[in-house]
Design a protein around this ligand. Structure first.
Ligand code: FES
Length: 123
């Protein structure tokens, strides 16, 4: 399969476990998201914390705790599950990151829906 408008990256381009930021769309307000790989599973979320709406990362592509077991918001320390994005510690316990559907197909990480629809909903 070749890259398409729905393709984000190759699975093997992601560290395991690891995370990577991506953007969809152009202009001043693209949809900013991030991927987290754990084994053959990949999860994607909008890069906006449910606590105060800040981006989660301070450094490019760094969204995980040092042990890479959880997603970390660097603003106020909220901790989220990698699978599902539910906050388990910090100021927004019980709330969740906004998930973006992705699938791994033929070694590529691919959006589960049309990127323009995602951008219209989340950017
Ligand atoms: S903005 Fe993420 S914990 Fe406050």
């Amino acid at each position: 399969m070749s890259a398409s408008a729905r393709t984000i990256c190759r699975l093997d381009a992601l560290e395991d476990p690891g995370s990577s930021a991506f953007t969809l769309g152009s202009g001043p307000w693209p949809l900013r998201g991030f991927l987290v790989r754990r084994g053959d599973d990949v999860f994607a979320y909008v890069n906006r914390c449910p606590h105060a709406g800040h981006p989660l990362n301070m450094r490019p592509h760094e969204f995980l705790t040092p042990d890479r077991a959880w997603i970390l918001c660097n603003s106020h320390g909220a901790i989220f599950e990698i699978a599902g994005g539910r906050c388990v510690a910090g100021p927004c316990v019980g709330r969740a990151l906004t998930a973006i559907e992705v699938v791994v197909r033929d070694g590529w990480v691919v959006l589960g829906e049309d990127p323009d629809a995602l951008i219209a909903r989340h950017a």
